[in-house]
Design a protein around this ligand. Structure first.
Ligand code: NAD
Ligand code: AKB
Length: 317
């Protein structure tokens, strides 16, 4: 059983990933870490260490001393936050990756997961059914950092044999954890307004179609890729995966089927400009062929689970 460290474990994906890994493997082998001093209660069922990925010496010492074998590196600034702080976004999104890739190159780690994003695509990319390999000219700091990261992953794999695996996640929709500063965050926020009986002010226009995915699908994709035989992995930059694509108007119509009183208004801000450069639908045929990826949640199923689970969560508080 590989001793595993999740860096950035208290975020939207990390929270769910740690829970999924602890369900599958022994809790003691799944170590959550984050820059945050305290952890969400939901992660208190196993080990936690406060680590700043930008403190290279401390991270190196911990990974070597603790004989960590697998690392999931999730700490990053997302698209909207990164546009507000480009220098720091570049530093955080790139330096941490080099620390982990170098440890693997030196033989201290034997497998890495590092997430990329649909943000690697840009305004010149074909936006419908965006292929695995296509024009990639991102126009955001976040997208530039993810594209550079993908290429560094492929480089460390081909030059040094580093086993690094990656997925270009679409916008992720979850109920156990909140999103952390992205352009797709509206698709989670909308459920809280809907459940609270408040009108939702959407920061994207009503016809802005983006690729999205339910968190359970994203976590399953991550674990399936990490468990795939190495010889099945033909892509060492990052895999396209598709869930379902929808507009704010489409998701609000689906919510109204459960909560007929729900109201939405549209007040696009700077995130609209980002969204307009991203694909609307994704071709994930390579992931399907290589490691049998298949999505299980369409919009109807996502909305029905979200409406139910967010109610349960609110009742528990
Ligand atoms: P998030 O912002 O919710 O979580 C990031 C976590 O990293 C936070 O808990 C934060 O405290 C931690 N962190 C920040 N700085 C740190 C540091 N210096 N050292 C250690 N930890 C630090 O992000 P997320 O949505 O969970 O995304 C995780 C990864 O997945 C990111 O690389 C992101 O780009 C990628 N991704 C996410 C989505 C999505 O929709 N959530 C989509 C595509 C790609
Ligand atoms: C964001 O909106 O920044 C993220 C992403 C798609 O990478 N959710």
């Amino acid at each position: 059983m590989a001793k595993t460290l999740i860096i950035g474990a208290c975020g939207q994906i990390g929270t769910e990933l740690v829970l999924a890994l602890r369900k599958k493997y022994e809790n003691e082998t799944i170590i959550a870490s984050d820059i945050r001093e305290s952890i969400p209660d939901i992660l208190a069922n196993g080990p936690y260490i406060q680590l700043d990925i930008l403190n290279r010496d401390e991270v190196r010492k911990y990974i070597i001393d603790q004989k960590i074998e697998h690392v999931y590196l999730l700490a990053a600034l997302l698209s909207a936050t990164a546009e507000k702080n480009p220098d720091f976004a570049w530093k955080l999104n790139m330096e941490g990756l080099f620390t982990i890739l170098d440890l693997a190159k030196e033989g201290h780690i034997n497998r890495i997961f590092w997430p990329s994003s649909i943000a690697v695509f840009g305004p010149t990319t074909p936006s419908k059914n965006t292929p695995q390999q296509t024009i990639m000219e991102p126009s955001t700091v976040y997208g530039i950092s993810k594209l550079a990261g993908e290429n560094w992953c492929a480089y460390y794999h081909s030059k040094f044999g580093v086993d690094v695996r990656s997925i270009r996640y679409p916008g992720l929709i979850s109920y156990n954890s909140l999103p952390g500063g992205g352009t797709t965050d509206y698709a989670v926020d909308i459920f809280y307004s809907a459940k609270e009986g408040k009108e939702f002010s959407c920061f994207l226009g009503k016809d802005t179609e983006l690729p999205m995915m339910f968190m359970d699908d994203a976590i399953r994709a991550t674990l399936e890729l990490m468990n795939a035989d190495s010889d099945k992995i033909s892509v060492r930059t990052s895999y396209n995966v598709a869930g379902c694509s929808f507009t704010p108007e489409k998701i609000s119509e689906e919510i109204k089927k459960h909560l007929p009183e729900f109201k939405i208004s549209y007040n696009p801000d700077f995130r609209q400009n980002i969204a307009e450069t991203w694909p609307s639908t994704i071709d994930d045929s390579v992931a399907k062929k290589d490691w049998n990826w298949i999505c299980q949640y369409n919009l109807t199923k996502i909305v029905s689970v979200m409406v139910k689970k967010i109610k349960i969560r609110k009742n528990l508080i």
